[in-house]
Design a protein around this ligand. Structure first.
Ligand code: 2NL
Length: 341
């Protein structure tokens, strides 16, 4: 009995069963009290009761210690199942990528193929092949980032490369279309998305890098009517089934005739609002019939094939769609802004 204080709970319980259980030794002693001589009964009875008390007290103490231990563990190791779960932060596509994907999907649905090309181009693909005259303002240092430049005159100190070999950052994705035409025969239905660069001072409507999605179709007997129908179908899928499109005469070196294309305002539907400057129309595209000089550059016979081409800036489309008033917000990578889309 001396080791009761240091016994484990299991040992104590074994002791309890051994002595106090139904078949326990102390139980047997207590039961047999009646058989003992009268003068021994109180002595044995008292001793038996002391032993029972010692075992019971020891057990009670151990149980109390055990309860403290269990309570502590429960408290320290418990999980608060009422707490909200940890949020899994999923990334998402940049708003401009979403806009580009949407545009591509619409044209893929019309049978176009998506093609990409280099962002670093030569003068030939970016300008010359696109019927851009040597003295066109788009070729100046104010309008094009040159990587490796030539230049023939004293006043035009860009370097020593022949003009068409000058290396530049593409100012539109049209050179992709030239590369496609060089390699393939009509019929061609291609959509070319990507980054383009122009040395503009950043302001709410200008960024030195922005995006373009250009499309073009070359086939037998493609007409301006095909261009109108295609862009109307695009505008309705992109902006809503009741949209209208309007073509205004314009000029591009690479198309003739050329047009700027407006869509009825995607905010007010044409009623007139702040976004459309109360005109009811938004300019979203440039387009036209591919100039015969462009076809000659890629050895297509302009007597046998015709085609249309169009270009748009998904940055501008996303701005109009979401009422964003500063293009620079797209490229500042402030997650508080980007997370909204
Ligand atoms: C705009 C205008 C345009 C084209 C791009 C093109 C390409 C080839 C031949 C002829 Cl290979 N044209 N592209 C034509 C008209 C307009 O883009 O406002 N873009 C944002």
């Amino acid at each position: 009995m001396s080791d009761i204080a240091s016994a484990s709970l299991k040992e104590l319980d074994d002791i309890r069963v051994r002595y106090l259980g139904r078949k326990g030794r102390l139980t047997a002693v207590l039961r047999s009290l009646g058989t003992l001589p009268a003068q021994e009964r109180p002595v044995v009875g008292k001793l038996a009761n002391q032993i029972r008390q010692a075992i019971e007290e020891g057990l009670e103490k151990k149980w109390a210690e055990e309860r403290v231990y269990i309570d502590t563990r429960l408290r320290e190791e418990s999980v608060d199942i009422t707490l909200p779960g940890r949020k899994v932060i999923l990334g998402k596509k940049h708003i401009i990528t979403q806009a580009i994907d949407e545009i591509i999907q619409i044209f893929v649905g019309l049978g176009y193929n998506m093609v990409e090309g280099p962002e670093i181009e030569t003068d030939y693909y970016n300008f010359t092949a696109l019927n851009t005259p040597p003295d066109h303002p788009a070729r100046t240092l104010q309008a094009t980032f040159y990587v490796e430049a030539g230049g023939d005159s004293e006043s035009d100190r860009r370097g020593t490369l022949p003009r068409e070999e000058q290396v530049l950052l593409r100012t539109h994705t049209s050179p992709v279309q030239i590369r496609v035409m060089e390699k393939t025969k009509p019929p061609i239905y291609v959509i070319a998305p990507g980054r383009v660069y122009r040395p503009d001072v950043p302001d709410p409507s200008h960024s030195p890098m922005f995006h373009q999605v250009e499309g073009f179709a070359v086939d037998k007997r493609i007409t301006f009517g095909d261009l109108k129908g295609t862009l109307e179908a695009f505008a309705r899928r992109m902006f809503g089934s009741d949209r209208r499109v309007r073509f205004r005469p314009h000029y591009f070196p690479f198309t003739e005739p050329s047009a700027e294309v407006d869509v009825s305002c995607i905010v007010c539907g044409g009623e007139g609002c702040r976004v459309c400057s109360y005109t009811g129309w938004l300019e979203i595209l440039g387009a036209g019939m591919i100039d015969p000089n462009v076809f000659k550059e890629v050895n297509y016979d302009p007597e046998k094939v015709t085609g249309f081409a169009f270009g748009m800036a998904p940055d501008r489309i996303a701005m109009l769609k979401y009422g964003i008033t500063d293009i620079r917000m797209f490229f500042e990578n402030d997650l508080r802004f980007l997370k909204q889309f």
